[in-house]
Design a protein around this ligand. Sequence first.
Ligand code: NI
Length: 171
Amino acid sequence: MAEPQGLKILTYPDQILREKAEVICDIDEGLAELADKMIITMQDAPGIGLAANQVGALRRIIVFDGNPSKPGGNPRVLINPEIVEKEGKIVHEEACLSVMDFSAEVTRSEKVRVTGVDQTGKPIALDAEGLLAVCLQHEIDHLDGVLYIDHLSSLKRAFYKRKLKKLLSGD
Ligand code: NI
């Protein structure tokens, strides 16, 4: 059997990254296949999380590493994820597979409770803190068309836009 292939990751300023993903009603074979491919894509990158918008699918599904401090060991799928509780503040240096050559500190909630269903349709309630909490907030933002750079000051965002322009023009 052929090895499943990873997917192409869209990068800023691709407009699909700005769209809101749709709630998933049916967990069918196509969705299971998308989830598998997203996990491969995340691990190949490598990254600790990936949202469907990033591979051009506007559906509310994310994959992430359940143990992000030791990536690769515990890939998980969350469908229709929602943050239902949050607590505290954490500042963490973030990067994104869709935002080339950049990272910046973002302030988010330190602890979150996230609900959703897994790829078998089983309801999930996940209490996360630290890096995992940051990762989940970052990925759920993607499903709403929000990128981590949107949380930065306009000055820092302008800096990144200039940097990207230079990068893309090959200077
Ligand atoms: Ni991202």
